[in-house]
Design a protein around this ligand. Structure first.
Ligand SMILES: Nc1ncnc2c1ncn2[C@@H]1O[C@H](COP(=O)(O)OP(=O)(O)OP(=O)(O)O)[C@@H](O)[C@H]1O
Ligand SMILES: [Mg+2]
Length: 393
């Protein structure tokens, strides 16, 4: 067994400590850690530790802190923040520190602390020959601070594209007021999140997982496509959802062997949405080409940077027309993120939504091509390029 990683945690509460202890327990034998929680950093004792985790508010002067660390410590430093936008956090990033959003997922925390964490889990799971196929799953989420920009339309049609490529797909409606049900004419009678959250209140074992499909997921079936949907719960339940609940839902989803999981979100920058961003491989940001939508996205960019997810963000411009407030190039430069797709504003798209028929299940070759290319790009830039996904061009 490897020597334990000694972690010094300087925090106001036990949240990070508890997360690490839970992780150690759940990844039985994989993490060998010795966390010590202190009220302050004692520089004489720093050499006893491999990692320092410190709540950013505990640091009075970042530059002085930086000097002390450089002089007395050669291990890893992780700063914890609980604010979305914060000058100190931005300064810390400029100084080259790794920052973690406190209410993010515990897996994301572990990935930041232990470089080989993900790799180890995959190896361990293979060795155990469990049904878990996490290494194959791609987690995407679609977000925009602008209502009506096309998040749900894009999430649904991406799901269809992956289904067309014979992938097992789960579409999760994480919006505060979900609209996937209305858009796909899903009957309002099955479990969804309400049932899943109820189920999560009791401990689940591997066998219970098989019931999740039947009880909580809706099977969307058309002649040419089939995927599962996890429907959102009531507005109040969605609004109250905290990162711990999101984490538990995600850990169930990770055990179900999907190839692609797509989260549709809503406009708020809240704990629920931030936890999803944290845990996804790619965050697809949608903008319309008008000045208001682009402006809102630019405001959000700072938050995404602060919580450390901006590197995995990509842009889509939807409802593209000639009447632009921002050009695509301007948006790309301003956001410093790659533009991976442009979808035109089409009257027929709007009309067909009411019929409950997703746009890429109709014979509009050009729109189909745009979505197919988009789905392809999102996988290629995300995962191991050696892995072939079998998309037909
Ligand atoms: N490219 C497009 N051309 C024309 N209409 C579109 C296009 N994309 C989306 N729409 C229409 O815009 C409306 C809003 O789309 P959608 O519900 O996908 O947006 P949203 O961002 O998910 O909204 P919300 O913020 O309410 O969740 C729908 O009626 C949809 O049909
Ligand atoms: Mg929506």
């Amino acid at each position: 067994m490897r020597a334990p990683t000694r972690l010094l945690i300087v925090d106001y509460d036990n949240l990070i400590l508890d997360q690490l202890m839970t992780l150690e327990k759940s990844y039985n034998g994989l993490l060998n850690i010795e966390p010590v929680q202190e009220d302050h950093i004692d520089q004489d004792k720093l050499s006893e530790f491999n990692v320092v985790i410190i709540q950013i508010e505990k640091i009075k002067d970042l530059k002085k802190f930086s000097e002390t660390i450089e002089k007395h410590f050669s291990g890893k430093v992780l700063l914890i923040t609980d604010k979305y936008v914060d000058e100190k956090t931005r300064l810390a990033q400029t100084l080259g520190y790794n920052v973690h959003y406190k209410f993010g997922s515990s897996n994301a925390l572990a990935e930041k602390l232990f470089e080989d964490f993900k790799e180890n889990i995959i190896q361990k799971r293979e060795a155990l020959k469990t049904v878990i196929k996490e290494e194959d799953t791609i987690h995407l989420c679609v977000y925009s601070p602008q209502g009506g920009s096309g998040k749900s339309t894009i999430a649904i049609n991406l799901a269809i594209q992956y289904t067309k490529a014979n992938k097992k797909v789960l579409l999760v409606d994480m919006a505060q007021i979900g609209s996937i049900g209305a858009m796909l004419h899903v009957p309002n009678v099955h479990g969804g999140f309400s049932k899943l959250l109820e189920r999560l209140e009791v401990e689940m074992d591997q066998q219970d997982l098989s019931h999740v499909h039947e009880e909580c997921f809706y099977k969307y079936q058309q002649e040419t496509c089939e995927f599962d949907i996890l429907m959102s719960s009531s507005l109040i339940k969605m609004e109250k959802m905290r990162s711990a609940e999101v984490g538990r839902i995600q850990s169930v989803i990770r055990n179900l062997g999907y190839d692609v999981v797509i989260y549709d979100t809503s406009t708020e920058i809240c704990e629920r949405n931030l936890s999803i961003f944290d845990d996804c491989d790619k965050v697809v940001l949608v903008s319309t080409p008008d000045i208001i939508s682009s402006w809102k996205l630019i405001q959000v960019k700072e938050i995404l940077k602060t919580v450390g997810v901006s590197q995995k963000c990509v842009l889509i411009v939807n409802r593209f027309s000639k009447h632009l407030g921002f050009t695509n190039e301007e948006l790309e430069i301003e956001m410093q993120m790659p533009l991976v797709g442009v979808i035109k504003e089409e009257k027929w798209i709007k009309y067909n939504v009411n019929e409950g028929i997703p746009i890429t299940l109709q014979n509009h070759n050009k729109t189909n091509e745009v979505f197919s290319e988009l789905a392809h790009k999102l996988c290629l830039i995300n995962k191991n390029p050696k892995k072939k996904w079998g998309f037909k061009k």
